[in-house]
Design a protein around this ligand. Sequence first.
Ligand code: ADP
Ligand code: MG
Length: 267
Amino acid sequence: MSRLEIDTARLPVLLNELRLPAICRMWADLAARSDKEGWPAARFLSALAELEVSERARRRIERHLAEARLPPGKTLDNFDFTAVPMLSKAHLMALASGDTWLENGSNLLLFGPPGCGKTHASAALGRALIENGYRVLFMRTTDLVQRLQAARQTLQLESALAKLDRFDLLMLDDLTYVTKDQAETSVLFELIAARYERRSLLITANTPFGEWSRLFPDPAMTVAAIDRLVHHATIFEMNVESYRRRTALGRKNNATRHKSEAPAAPP
Ligand code: ADP
Ligand code: MG
């Protein structure tokens, strides 16, 4: 057995030990090509390194997409910006690049009636941010509050909040659906205070601040929470009619038009 054969026989073990699965899978093909085309050794080595790095980036994005629990199928591409004139595509695309707002822990607040596209726009933004290397978690606010309440009961609230720090952006969908008894434990306030000026929050809500008194145990806390949320925030007021309703009406009108355009039935 030649020296070369002995070395390559051990390669899978070595590459596995070094945690280089992409190189392990691809080196043989690339080596054959490199031999055939007479690549310098440095080119071969850097091609392998590039391969592993891009595989890693792909796997990381896949992991971050899975952990984010975004509603599926909602992207910037399939969001109809003409339906929401106050939400500019350019602005959302700029936010999707992350930039300074996530580094500064600034917030994004989306207000509007049911069906106006708050959840869709948020999920689409989240997906784009993950593709740009950020970590995001999407949750219904009531679910998150429930989780934090459970943590508080076992004296683990602080560590539960600290765990959420790994997300550059925490998306709280439907904030105003928090119930009165959930509000009493004030974990929502603790969350807002803990992330203030450090980690970003995205909040969607059907009702603007005037009706938030239900969400917190007392008026002072409501004011303090809103104050922290808006101090560094972009606010989108999406006051448009429900997209669901509009598309349903569109279909109905279309159907009626088609019916009236159809040739008259023979007598
Ligand atoms: P909200 O969260 O404001 O209640 P959603 O984001 O859930 O509204 O939107 C309701 C439905 O309408 C979803 O299926 C969503 O994908 C769709 N939708 C809403 N706005 C748009 C839009 N501008 N373009 C495309 N689909 C939209
Ligand atoms: Mg929604």
